[in-house]
Design a binder for this molecule. Structure first.
Ligand SMILES: Cc1cc2nc3c(=O)[nH]c(=O)nc-3n(C[C@H](O)[C@H](O)[C@H](O)COP(=O)(O)OP(=O)(O)OC[C@H]3O[C@@H](n4cnc5c(N)ncnc54)[C@H](O)[C@@H]3O)c2cc1C
Length: 410
């Protein structure tokens, strides 16, 4: 046999995870630890991603269960309060609203972790995990039959499995092969991403300034006097800002933050991410379950994207475990589609609505946004509800109904 033929041998596993972004790596780890044999297909993870990810407590608890909690905690900065400031120059504006973890009995909402560290920790854990065969290549073509999914790989080999966990990103070739119709909308926005040092301590508070072009979000980094920034503006403005000399850009960042943290010094390395939304009509079909950005692409408001992706992984792992005989069969996929639908549709709907209300000059949209923020600022139980729901869907309602039961003495 030639060496080439060694490479092209079929890799047969229970589950094929397509994609080696954070969601694919987490899915491979979770599914292998649940006892499935896993082929993990994708290139080496990107280590030039300058973004940071705010992971909420339930996501961190899940990752801790996968054995990576301590390493991620060492790399992350705690988030103990989140503030929303209406920085629009519109006719109607709301007062700043602060959400404190202590208000709902938590020490912190979560941790902000640099993506390079997140991807490295996850990738090393996947490499060390028994049950994962790591195929450093990409899928060129899918063959999805009623009995099995076969991936034809760029290295000339094939890999087959009963279930495809498609974490292959916003353009998801697996989603397309499964024939899942998708609505994709480019947005008139791009995110400028960078890290910066500042004079005053951030005190573990993240502030999201809402502007007419989108949110400007400062998120704490470890050490007290460094933060990351996601600044959503029109695409041409993002490019213009990214091209500014350090000093001029530092001044612009400080002005946009109303000097809240004193003098700002931007660090080297800026990236611009064009924004879009992608909504598939369903979340599973033909042996393929969609995870992460293959299942939902939303603008970066309120740190929802990867947290939602981690809940996809949790649910898929539980459903595959309940359908061990055929984790990619119709019954398992129907369960996955049904159980992910409410969370994904509600989250993506809320984030898209908030984003549109920022962009909209339409007065009723402005009033609705102001009324919403105003009510949150004034009414602690409602704030508590949103904080709990922000951490985990259903937990706000559970706490509210628990509180009501206590009040009516039942
Ligand atoms: C500016 C910004 C800030 C954000 N901040 C936050 C935050 O604070 N909190 C949060 O929860 N979320 C945040 N998000 C969202 C978060 O970044 C995404 O949800 C997350 O990166 C999605 O990961 P993923 O693994 O699904 O996709 P990706 O990271 O895009 O990974 C897709 C993978 O699929 C692979 N692939 C593609 N095609 C193939 C193929 N044919 N064969 C094999 N592999 C393939 C790619 O190589 C890649 O490895 C932010 C997003 C942006 C843009």
């Amino acid at each position: 046999m030639s060496g080439r033929q060694d490479v092209v041998a079929d890799r047969n596993a229970d589950i094929l995870v397509a994609g080696t972004g954070p969601v694919g790596l987490i899915a491979a780890l979770a599914l292998a630890r649940a006892g499935f044999s896993v082929s993990l297909v994708g290139p080496e993870p990107r280590l030039d991603d300058r973004r940071t990810t705010a992971l909420m407590k339930p996501s961190l608890a899940f990752l801790d269960g996968l054995g990576v909690g301590a390493e991620l905690a060492a790399a992350g900065a705690p988030l103990s309060a989140m503030r929303i400031v209406d920085a629009t120059r519109r006719l109607v504006r709301s007062r700043p609203v602060t959400f404190r973890a202590a208000e709902i009995g938590e020490d912190l909402f979560g941790l902000n972790i640099p993506n390079t560290r997140l991807n490295t920790v996850l990738s090393e854990a996947a490499a060390a995990q028994a049950g994962i065969a790591r195929l450093r290549t990409t899928v060129e073509r899918w063959e999805l039959t009623p009995g099995r999914a076969v991936a034809h790989l760029a290295d000339g080999g094939t890999a087959s499995a009963a279930l495809v966990a498609a974490a292959d990103g916003r353009a998801s070739p697996a989603r397309e092969a499964a024939g899942i119709a998708t609505r994709a909308n480019p947005l008139p926005q791009a995110a400028l991403v960078l890290n910066f040092a500042h004079e005053r301590d951030h005190e573990s508070v993240s502030t999201e300034f809402h502007t007419e072009t989108g949110p400007f979000t400062q998120v704490p980094l470890p050490g007290g006097r460094r933060s990351s920034l996601v600044w959503v503006v029109r695409p041409a403005e993002a490019e213009a800002l990214a091209a500014l000399p350090d000093e001029a850009l530092s001044r612009r960042v400080e002005e946009a933050m109303q000097s809240m943290l004193g003098k700002v010094t931007v660090e080297p390395g800026r990236q611009v991410y064009p924004l879009s939304t992608v909504s598939p009509s369903r979340f599973a079909a033909r042996r393929v379950a969609l995870l992460g950005e293959a299942a939902h692409v939303i603008p970066p408001i309120g740190a929802q994207g990867l947290n939602l992706g981690i809940r996809d992984v949790e649910e898929l792992t539980a459903i595959a475990g309940a359908h061990r005989d055929d984790p990619g069969g119709e019954a398992a996929l129907a369960d996955y589609d049904r159980r992910r639908r409410i969370d994904i549709v509600a989250r993506t709907g809320a984030v898209n609505l908030l984003n549109r209300s920022l962009l909209s000059g339409f007065l009723p949209a402005q009033l609705a946004r102001m009324a919403g923020l105003g009510a949150l600022g004034a009414f602690a139980p409602l704030r508590g509800f949103f904080m709990r729901e922000g951490l985990r869907p259903g937990s706000g309602l559970a706490a509210l109904s628990g509180g009501l039961r206590e009040k009516v003495g039942r």
